[in-house]
Write a protein that binds this ligand. Structure first.
Ligand SMILES: *Cc1c(COP(=O)(O)O)cnc(C)c1O
Length: 227
């Protein structure tokens, strides 16, 4: 068995066991394999081992891999920061974006989404740790942005994404994740179609699953450390 296959099985086992502990089923949580900086051949290995959702952060790198792996039935997720003048390749080539945090970006993605394709799946990124430099809408502005995004014809609002600031105190780590779950539930009351809470990475996936994540974004634990 390849290392990637073994690591993927291990990551899935972590998800399943965290889900079981929380009284949830593992199938309610999607494993998004974050392949940024890793070559297309590693993605192919993970695909052969069963992964179907892959996340990329850098536009040109992501598009190159989409081109190289056209023979595979992959759902491509754009999860990195996006400038408003760079939206077109995301609208045209990806299936999901997790990092929408401004209406202008959402409007451009909607306009540029090819009419022959299903609407682009969108998670709004929330700046849950109130970090000055971080991307993400602040929670107070979330309802307004969500309503505007939900009204755009080229997009389908699926939920929320967060990258909580690293916390050495597990209690504080859990707080940010729990706040995200509250924001998600409140928004879902307005938008019943929401089904995705994208949170949890290699180091905090157990806590994220315990707090209600439905999609964990796992890079290092599957593909190894990045340069
Ligand atoms: C890189 C990245 C991940 C994966 O992080 P790991 O710690 O390697 O699992 C998840 N989400 C986003 C937005 C990322 O940029």
């Amino acid at each position: 068995m390849s290392t990637i296959t073994e690591r993927l099985i291990e990551a899935q086992a972590r998800i399943d066991s965290a889900a079981a502990q929380a009284g949830r089923v593992g199938e309610s949580i999607t494993l998004l394999a974050v392949s940024k900086t890793k070559p297309a051949e590693m993605i192919r290995e993970a695909y052969l081992a069963g992964a179907r959702d892959f996340g990329e952060n850098y536009l040109q790198e992501g598009v190159d891999k989409i081109d190289a792996l056209q023979d595979l039935d992959i759902r491509w997720h754009f999860i990195g920061p996006l400038q408003s003048n760079k939206t077109r390749p995301v609208a045209e080539r990806f299936d999901w974006i997790h990092s929408v945090d401004r209406l202008k970006i959402a409007q451009r993605l909607s306009e540029q989404r090819p009419s022959g394709k299903a609407p682009l799946n969108v998670c709004i990124q929330v700046n849950i740790s109130a970090e000055q430099s971080k991307s993400g809408v602040n929670p107070a502005q979330l309802p307004e942005l969500a309503a505007a995004v939900a009204a755009l014809p080229g997009l389908r609002l699926r939920g929320l994404m967060a990258i909580p600031a690293p916390e050495s105190d597990p209690e504080k780590q859990r707080q940010a994740l729990a706040q995200m779950k509250q924001l998600f539930d409140a928004l879902k009351a307005e938008h019943p179609g929401l089904d995705t809470l994208s949170m949890g990475m290699s180091d905090d996936l157990e806590a994220a699953v315990a707090e209600g994540s439905t999609m964990v974004r796992i890079g290092t634990a599957i593909f190894g450390t990045r340069k």
